[in-house]
Design a protein around this ligand. Structure first.
Ligand SMILES: C[S@@+](CC[C@H](N)C(=O)[O-])C[C@H]1O[C@@H](n2cnc3c(N)ncnc32)[C@H](O)[C@@H]1O
Length: 290
């Protein structure tokens, strides 16, 4: 029998394009993303997966999608697997997104803690799934609006994300004109410095000093000691299946002070009965101090 006759018939393409992309390729990518990040990719995302990863196949000058899948699944593909994760995660964010949460952070958490903080008490906030940093910097501006001397006190914000690229962008704290447009003018004047030549805005050292940026996978180990007064985890678990979400709520619970608040995205819900809602996607521990 000739080699052509022995070759398996080519599997049907799932998405038409420059590279042959099959259901098996999609399933392999989806399984890796699920194992690495907890993200569930339904079949309806096949076109999105193709368009985002075809760029990687091209950049790496690979002959086929099957070669790409083999690379990221193998020992030599560890770095590219991080690029794959970065390409497939949604990093959309903006300054003061869902602005009512920052008003609530002020009234529910920061104002009641302000006097104790000024007397040296520890205050800890967490932006879990911080993307490129706009969320934790918005939290930091809110902190300084209530506790102006916060940078000299024991007040800190932890900002974490699974994607090392966005963590690095947050750490740098440099944003373009469009990105800073939602920042209220008085806060922009105070906490962002304009570099006219570069057309960019840079966060001030004071604002920056409140935040520690770190990589952290919410479905992995959390090298975190101590409890938080507020956790923002918004528009992150929406990509996870319900059991994964429930596990994360339970783990947040053990990292919350009795008076703490958990803020989630507008389309997310905390189903764990040990939490109760204040309305407006804000949660506190049942039986916790009000
Ligand atoms: C849509 S952004 C939300 C950013 C911000 N919280 C907001 O609401 O504007 C979702 C972020 O979650 C991160 N993410 C996805 N899976 C994650 C995981 N397993 N652990 C930590 N972060 C994750 C992504 O990298 C992305 O930056």
């Amino acid at each position: 029998m000739s080699s052509a006759a022995r070759r398996a018939p080519q599997e049907e393409a799932l998405v038409q394009g420059e590279y042959h992309f099959t259901e098996a390729d999609f399933k392999a990518v989806a399984a890796m993303l699920h194992a690495d990040a907890g993200i569930h990719l339904p079949p309806a995302k096949a076109t999105l997966v193709y368009s985002r990863l075809a760029k990687r196949v091209r950049t790496l000058r690979l002959a086929s999608f099957a070669d790409y899948v083999a690379l990221v699944a193998g020992e030599n593909g560890k770095d590219e697997r991080i690029n794959m994760l970065a390409a497939l995660t949604t990093n959309v964010t903006r300054y003061f997104r869902e602005p009512h949460h920052f008003d609530l952070l002020r009234t529910q958490v920061l104002q009641p803690l302000a006097d104790a903080a000024k007397a040296g008490a520890r205050v800890r906030l967490w932006s879990a799934g911080c993307s490129t940093g706009q969320e934790p910097y918005s939290m930091a501006m809110t902190v300084l609006s209530v506790i102006p001397e916060a940078a000299r006190l024991d007040v800190k914000i932890l900002a974490t994300d699974i994607d090392p690229n966005v963590v690095e962008t947050g750490r740098r704290g440099i944003y373009n004109e469009e990105a800073v447009s939602p920042v209220p003018k008085e806060m922009r004047d105070r906490y962002l410095k304009r570099d006219r030549d570069a057309g960019q805005w840079v966060v001030t050292p004071e604002l920056r000093s409140l935040i520690t940026f770190n990589e952290l996978n919410l479905i992995g180990d959390w090298p975190i000691k101590g409890k938080f007064d507020a956790i923002f985890c918004r528009n992150v678990v929406i990509y996870f299946e319900e059991p994964t979400q429930e596990r994360i709520w339970g783990r947040f619970r053990t990292h919350m002070q009795p008076h703490a608040r958990l803020y989630v995205g507008h389309s997310e819900r905390v189903g764990d009965p040990r939490f109760e809602t204040d309305g407006l996607t804000t949660y506190r521990l049942k039986g916790g101090a009000l």
